[in-house]
Structure formats: structure tokens, C-alpha cells
Design a protein around this ligand. Structure first.
Ligand SMILES: Cc1ncc(C[n+]2csc(CCOP(=O)(O)OP(=O)(O)O)c2C)c(N)n1
Ligand SMILES: [Mg+2]
Length: 625
């Protein structure tokens, strides 16, 4: 019989978390590698005290913004193949609700993170406590209930002993390839500090196996039949390929069958860019090669993809009569999309089985020749967008990417989430290794880049980690620069200044919105934001937070600044104003549509015209049944 040990609930939780491991393919690692925290009265005496008491077992990182701490943990989890993540502790009230955006991002992207917001007193002696929401119709609601819809698992630990089942369920969900996402354990502040006699066994080391779900042989056989019967098959690689570390299995599949592989934002890098079967990004931000293949495909093999409307071009991309889908996905929910034939399995296990079942099968040489030619044509467009022949000119955004492309090796990680960069990167970036292309596009959350870079760098300290940040994104969340400086985490922040929301400005123009409210400009006498550019100096701002900053004004200066940043041992920043005129090379335009509904009635001609265009596209939409 095991004995008991008397600890507070918070102390018990920290001790428990330090002893949880994941295991997959024979490798074992800590599940919760560290805890991030910002303290207030809701966690300072509970979890705060416990983290001092067990500092030797649980590394701690101080954050500046609760949302950013979640991004850091999520970046870490993605870089670690979902086998390791971090916990995030917050006070009650605003500290807790600041978690909501980060939690949504984690859950949407199927990335594990453990959230530990403080909560109002369970015993209610202090009622209402500072920052408590009083709900006249319900006594058991707190602001933490906002986290329920964005959590993969939610529990409120209202008694010390309830921590035992709650903590075990939390670990189950974090390590489940289907269910994982943000896991929230709300911790009332009195319960955190309350002592209890815990069974010693609660603190035994526990290993959570991250399973590789094997496919059903009948599903594999049916999928193989469909592939053998297809003349123009196309594989769509989603984030599940990376989560399952199925890149080698995918390459073996592509080598054996010659089936071209297009990738979603989350799946890019599944094949190296120079693999003969890699045709690049698919969908609204895809390459002409991939989107042409998608329009003509008679069979789409989705692997680890959720088929977002960016990927399907809002239901217009897969246009061939009789096109069918085969979906290999560990989540039945996603496997059943597009009325596909399902292979419910881990991506690696499923691809290996499918490659076996397809032995001897290969696409027709003419099909391979046509996509090879398309791939070569697209490469020329990438070269054109990257070309930076005038050393003294102000660089365009795509030239910034080109200069970075010329500098990086397989080791570098490039992070972005929102603005015009995700589209440019999806179309152009030459992904050299599986974890290089880190674009968060499930939630496309402005502000993700800098904290995520910190999380990635903590997971892969030997890799150069680049956070590419638009000026709008920078203004939304520069705060974690201070954390990188404090901990000397060598992230490389590249700020691309174009004075506003260039992406949304362009979108606005195309949908009849006339760029309304998207440029950062002074208010003009007529009341609109069409005055001069604002005198903000983001380089000075980054420097004020402790980063060494190089201002690059020309192509040559930028080339040198990026090279210097790559060599830097500590955190650093390159600031560049990008050229925005249409006279110089820019990114290729969108190769497929995206549904952004346009005003059905308006007096302004731009909106009327945009609606006519919209109606034409909508009529192409189809539902795959
Ligand atoms: C948190 C958040 N708010 C709003 C949006 C909608 N949005 C997408 S891109 C964008 C503008 C981004 O501006 P910037 O970072 O300067 O990039 P640019 O568009 O100029 O390339 C906005 C407002 C978002 N994605 N995330
Ligand atoms: Mg901008």
C-alpha cells in the first residue's frame, strides 16, 4: 500500500506535471517541459508558491501577456511534433480571459497546451472577490466559462481531491492525436492553497503513449482500388503529415506512385520543395501547378487535412465531373469530409499501408510529364518574384523572402501567421525540411509570430528561428520581445513595414470595400484616413524593448542585415520598409477563389461591380456528395 503525502493542490499539480511523459516510436520525453506564468491574486499564493517550492522540477518562464504565453507554448508543441508542450498559469479575471484567443488557436490547430487559470473562491467567503463576474441568474459561472468552447477539455477543480481525475483526464486529452488542443483546468484560488493527503501513487512517473492508429485493412483495400482506378490523382498533404512525422512515408508513397503532392498551409514542407512530386501550396494561396491539377483531378487523396475553404477555394477548386475523395485522417470527423472514402488512421501508418497495397502501380508518364512542366514554370515565377537586381532599391516583400531564401539552410525555421505574408509564403517558399515552414493558418492570428518563435527556439535551440512580422501584427503583440531579451533566446524578428493592413486593404478593394480603414494614415480634413503616413518608428520601438535592431533601407543593406542576424547569438531584429508600388515584381496573383461575401445591394459602383464578380464565382461552387 502506498502512503500519502500532504501538499497543497497547487503543489500536487506541479509535482504531478513534472512526472508525465509521452512516448512514440520508442522515444520518451517530458509532456509538460515548462510552465509559463503571470501572477495575480488568483494564482500567486497557490501555483506561484508551488512553482517556487518545486522550481528544481518545473522550469518557469515569465511572460508579458497571457495570450502570448499560449502562443509560445503552442509554437513549442508544434515544433516538438505534439509530444511536448508547456503549461500556462494565470490569475483570475482578465489574466484568465486573455487566454481565450490562444486557446482557440491551439484547439483549431490540434496543438496541445495546458491552461491553468485561477478561478473565484470555491468556498465563496470572498464574494465577489476582486475581478469576479457576478451573474444574477447563475451562481456557478465565472469568466473562465469563456474557455469552454475553445477547450478540448475543460474542468474546474472545486475540491483538492478532484484534481486527481481532472489531471489524469487532462493528460489523456493532451496526448490523444484526435482530441488534443487546449486543455483547461480552472483552479479556484482557495483550492490551490488548500492542503490534502495525496496518495503517493499520484506522483509516480506516468508514460502516455501517443498512439499510431493502424488502418482497417478493408478501408486500405478500398482506397487502393480507388487510386488504381484514377487517371489524374492528386494528394493533398495537411498538417497531420507533420503531426504524425509521416514525411518519409509520404516521400516513399510519392516515389513509388508518382502521384503529385500539393500541400495546405499546415502541410507545406511535407515533401522537400525540390522533390519531383512536390507541386507546392494548394487553394486560394496555392501555386498554378497545384490548382490546375486540383481542377482536373479525378481522385483527391487528402492526408491529415481539414479541407478548409482556403484549401478547397470555397468549394470551387475540385471541378472535374465525378471527382472523388479518399481521406486518410486519424480523426473520423475529418476523414468523412467531401463525402470521401475513409481511411481512419495515423498518417504514417496509413501511408505505409497504402504504399504497400499499391505495389507496382504508377501514374501514366504523360501525367507526370505535365505536372513536371508545370512545376518548372512555377519555379520561374518564384525566381521572378524573388529577383532583386537593383542593389540600391527599396525591397519589395517578395524580395525580402528571396533574400531570406538565399540565406537559409535546412535548419532555419520561418514563422508567420497573418497578413499578406502567409499567401506569399504559401505560393513561393521553398521548404527545405519538414519543420522549416511554420505558418499558423488555422486561426491566422496576428501576434502569434514573436511568442511562437520563442517557443520554437526553446524546442530547437540549435535552429535559427525567424519571426516574420507585418507592422500591423507587430503593433498587436510585440510584448514577448522582452521575454526573448530577458532569457537571451536568439529569435530573429524581421519587421516588414508597409504602413497598415496591406492584405486586408487589397481584399477590401476586391470586394467593394475601397480599402476603408486599412491604411495607417492620419485623418484627413474630409474625415477619412487618407492623410500622410503616421510617424511611428517600429525599429525604435523594438530597440526600446531591448532588441538590437538593424534598419535596412536597400536590397544590399537588407542582404547584409539578414546575414548578420543569422549569425547573431542573441535575439535580434531587422527592420525594413517594403516597396508597395505595382511597378516592381510582386507575388503571383491568387490562382483560385475565396468566398468573402460582397454587399448584395449598394450605391457605390465599386461594390456593385464586385458583387457581379462574386455572383459569377458563387455559381461555380459545388458540394461534394
Ligand atoms: C488578431 C487578428 N485580428 C484581425 C485579423 C484580420 N487581419 C488579417 S491580416 C490583417 C492585417 C495584417 O497587417 P500586417 O501585419 O501589417 O500585414 P500586411 O497585411 O500589411 O501584410 C488583419 C487585420 C487577424 N488575422 N488577426
Ligand atoms: Mg502591414
Amino acid at each position: 500500500m502506498s502512503g500519502t503525502v500532504r501538499l497543497t493542490t497547487a503543489q500536487a499539480l506541479v509535482r504531478f506535471l513534472a512526472r508525465q511523459f509521452t512516448e512514440r516510436d520508442g522515444a520518451r520525453q517530458r509532456l509538460i517541459g515548462a510552465t509559463w506564468g503571470i501572477f495575480g491574486h488568483g494564482n500567486v499564493a497557490g501555483l506561484g508558491q508551488a512553482l517556487v517550492e518545486y522550481g528544481a522540477e518545473m522550469p518557469f518562464h515569465q511572460g508579458r501577456n497571457e495570450q502570448a504565453m499560449v502562443h509560445a507554448a503552442v509554437g513549442h508543441a508544434r515544433q516538438s511534433g505534439r509530444l511536448t508542450t508547456h503549461a500556462v498559469t494565470t490569475s483570475i479575471g482578465p489574466g484568465a480571459t486573455n487566454l481565450v484567443t490562444g486557446a482557440a488557436l491551439a484547439t483549431i490547430n490540434h496543438l496541445p497546451v495546458l491552461l491553468l487559470p485561477g478561478d473565484v473562491f470555491a468556498t465563496r467567503p470572498a464574494d465577489p472577490v476582486l475581478q469576479q463576474l457576478e451573474v444574477p441568474y447563475a451562481g456557478d459561472v465565472s469568466v473562465n466559462d469563456c474557455l469552454r468552447p475553445v477547450s478540448a477539455y475543460f474542468d474546474r477543480v472545486t475540491r483538492p481531491e478532484a484534481l486527481i481525475p481532472a489531471a489524469l483526464q487532462a493528460m489523456r486529452v493532451l496526448t490523444d492525436p484526435v482530441a488534443t488542443g487546449a486543455v483547461t483546468l480552472a483552479l479556484p484560488q482557495d483550492v490551490q492553497a488548500e492542503a490534502f493527503d495525496w496518495p503517493e501513487d499520484f506522483f509516480a512517473e506516468r508514460v502516455w503513449s501517443v498512439r499510431r492508429q493502424a488502418p482497417d485493412p478493408a478501408e486500405v483495400a478500398a482506397a487502393a482500388r480507388a487510386v488504381r482506378g484514377a487517371a489524374r490523382p492528386l494528394l493533398v498533404a495537411g498538417g497531420g503529415v507533420h503531426h504524425s512525422a509521416a514525411e518519409d512515408a509520404l516521400r516513399a508513397f510519392a516515389d513509388a506512385t508518382g502521384i503529385p503532392v500539393a500541400s495546405t498551409q499546415a502541410g507545406k514542407g511535407s515533401l522537400r520543395h525540390d522533390h519531383p512530386a512536390d507541386v507546392g501550396g494548394i487553394g486560394h494561396t496555392g501555386t498554378a501547378t497545384a490548382d490546375e491539377l486540383a481542377r482536373g483531378a479525378d481522385l483527391v487523396i487528402g492526408v491529415g487535412t481539414r479541407y478548409t475553404d482556403f484549401t478547397t477555394a470555397s468549394g470551387t477548386l475540385f471541378a472535374a465531373d465525378g471527382v472523388r475523395f479518399v481521406n486518410l485522417n486519424v480523426a473520423p470527423f475529418d476523414a468523412h469530409k467531401m463525402a470521401g472514402a475513409t481511411v481512419v488512421a495515423d498518417a504514417r501508418a496509413g501511408l505505409e499501408a497504402l504504399t504497400g497495397a499499391l505495389a507496382g502501380h504508377r501514374v501514366e508518364p504523360a501525367y507526370a510529364a505535365s505536372y513536371t512542366a508545370g512545376k518548372e514554370r512555377w519555379e520561374q515565377r518564384v525566381d521572378a518574384a524573388y529577383a532583386a537586381d537593383e542593389p540600391d532599391a527599396r525591397p519589395t516583400q517578395t524580395q525580402v523572402l528571396g533574400l531570406l531564401d538565399a540565406l537559409v539552410t535546412d535548419e532555419d525555421v520561418v514563422i508567420n501567421a497573418a497578413g499578406s505574408l502567409p499567401g506569399d509564403l504559401h505560393k513561393l517558399w521553398r521548404a527545405r525540411s519538414p519543420r522549416q515552414y511554420h505558418v499558423e493558418y488555422g486561426y491566422s492570428c496576428m501576434g502569434y509570430e514573436i511568442p511562437a518563435a520563442i517557443g520554437v527556439s526553446l524546442a530547437a535551440p540549435e535552429r535559427p528561428v525567424w519571426a516574420l512580422v507585418g507592422d500591423g501584427t507587430y503593433l498587436m503583440m510585440p510584448t514577448e520581445i522582452v521575454t526573448a531579451v530577458q532569457e537571451d533566446i536568439p529569435i530573429k524578428v524581421v519587421i516588414l513595414q508597409n504602413h497598415g493592413y496591406a492584405s486586408i486593404g487589397g481584399l477590401s478593394e476586391s470586394v467593394g470595400g475601397e480599402r476603408f480603414g486599412t491604411d495607417y494614415r492620419y485623418r484627413a480634413p474630409d474625415g477619412t484616413y487618407t492623410g500622410g503616413p503616421l510617424p511611428v518608428d517600429l525599429a525604435a520601438n523594438a530597440a526600446s524593448l531591448g532588441l538590437p535592431v538593424t534598419r535596412a533601407k536597400t536590397v544590399d543593406e537588407l542582404r547584409a542585415a539578414l546575414r548578420e542576424a543569422r549569425e547573431a547569438d542573441g535575439p535580434t531584429c531587422v527592420y525594413v520598409e517594403t516597396e508597395t508600388t505595382d511597378t516592381v515584381s510582386g507575388p503571383p496573383p491568387a490562382q483560385a477563389w475565396w468566398d468573402v461575401p460582397v454587399a448584395e445591394i449598394a450605391t457605390r459602383p465599386s461594390a456593385v461591380k464586385a458583387r457581379e464578380e462574386y455572383d459569377r464565382h458563387v455559381s461555380d461552387r459545388r458540394r461534394h456528395l
